[in-house]
Write a protein that binds this ligand. Structure first.
Ligand code: HEM
Length: 371
């Protein structure tokens, strides 16, 4: 099974072809943790991430080769599985920089862009599944491999940082390379048709990679847990579903005509009046032409998380987007205020993280922040 190098110019897991499974963790630094704790944590996470992405066991003695009198370094459930294209991507939240008393000595180095996101129309955010000082995004083509990665990394954090919330995702909802077929989200529509692709160097430089100070070569990650009211969507006429999205359900073509990869014609009118790609459709409102040209690199996953008392499935989209400045997300999300989709979705979780640049061999993730 394939392995991706952990070290590189940029962290893996952004332009990497989207893998099938995700486990995402947001963590908070423990009360009383120091600058040394934070640095040693990032160093140990880097060492472990190098081992994990290479398909190796973590620590010096792994899962079964240590002393029988001590708990093993590695928890063991991924023994023999191989890397399955695992990527581990680390991020730092705004709250890490604004702690009372600045225990980590980094307040002055907070990038201006790393400020909490504003409250948007229809936001129904739940505190326990929002925010966080640190994040780890683990993506791979095997579910056990991503769980093993997060489990071992949070175990390493013990005493310095603790898990605040996690999200298990499956079935990528975007594509980041031209070879990948466009997957579908839980509304049954192709998702990720119009996305920034990994070979589009110009768009990546313009819209994804930050170029300022210690964040140069990094990016900003927006994570939104968006619940879908699956049952009401499933009772909606097909025609209505297509008008809400602005694309056909089968082919994924814009309602202005053509095939999946045809650019939507936002000026075209329909025979019944109004625009062919309706004024309140998701695709129209999210389109760069309606957002000063702004683009995002979307890399989200579906999630299912039990059911509620009415027997309705708790499911949705774990929306992940990478951008050089969170203002890009703010711009698009504000445009979606009049989105017909809002009747069927609810944003319940939100977080923003600065994703530092890639790690040089011998270095550790986020090192530039402490130099
Ligand atoms: C496009 C679904 C939330 C930004 C699309 C498409 C679908 C879709 C089916 C068309 C295919 C494609 O080009 O990918 C959804 C669903 C959402 C959701 C079901 C919530 C559960 C969001 C959010 C944002 C966003 C929160 C950003 C704030 C975009 C963008 C496009 C898009 C930028 C491409 C528009 C274009 O250039 O044509 N979405 N989306 N979406 N969506 Fe979403």
């Amino acid at each position: 099974d394939g392995a991706y190098d952990f070290d590189g110019e940029h962290q893996a897991g952004i332009t990497t072809p989207v893998q099938r499974h995700l486990y995402f963790a947001s963590l908070d630094m423990t009360a009383g943790a120091t600058r040394e704790d934070l640095i040693s944590l990032l160093q140990e996470w880097t060492d472990a991430a190098r081992q994990l992405t290479a398909g190796q066991e973590v620590g010096d003695t792994g899962a079964v080769d240590g002393s029988p009198l001590a708990p093993p370094d590695d928890t063991g459930e991924a023994l023999g599985l191989g890397p399955h294209h695992l990527t581990v991507t680390f991020g730092l939240g705004p709250s890490l920089f604004t702690r009372d008393g600045d225990p980590f000595g980094i307040a002055a180095r907070r990038p201006e862009a790393l400020a909490p996101l504003p409250l948007f129309a229809f936001d129904l955010l739940e505190e326990p599944i929002s925010g966080g000082d640190l994040c780890i995004q683990a993506c791979a083509d095997d579910p056990q491999v991503v769980v093993h990665a997060i489990r071992n990394l949070s175990r390493i954090a013990f005493g310095r940082a603790q898990v605040r919330w996690t999200r298990l995702g499956y079935g990528r909802t975007s594509r980041t390379s031209a070879e990948q077929q466009t997957p579908r989200n839980l509304f049954g529509f192709k998702d990720g048709t119009a996305n920034i692709l990994s070979d589009d160097a110009k768009a990546l430089d313009r819209w994804v990679w930050a170029d300022d100070g210690w964040m140069a070569g990094g990016s900003y990650l927006v994570a939104r847990t968006i619940q879908m009211t699956i049952e009401s969507w499933d009772r909606t006429r097909l025609e209505e579903q297509e008008l809400v999205i602005g694309r056909s359900k089968g082919e994924g073509a814009p309602l202005s005509g053509g095939t999946e990869m045809t650019e939507p014609d936002l000026e075209m009118t329909s025979s019944t009046g109004g625009f062919a790609v309706p004024e309140t459709s998701h695709v129209r409102l999210a389109h760069p032409d309606r957002n000063d040209g702004v683009q995002l690199l979307r890399r989200g996953y579906n999630y299912v998380d039990g059911n509620n008392d009415l027997g309705q499935i708790t499911a949705g989209l774990f929306f992940l987007s990478f951008q050089r400045d969170p203002a890009q997300f703010v711009q698009v999300q504000n445009s979606l205020k009049t989105d017909a989709l809002n009747e069927y979705i609810r944003h319940v979780g939100s977080a923003l993280f600065a994703v530092p640049p890639g790690v040089r061999r011998g270095g550790y993730v986020g090192q530039g922040l402490f130099e």
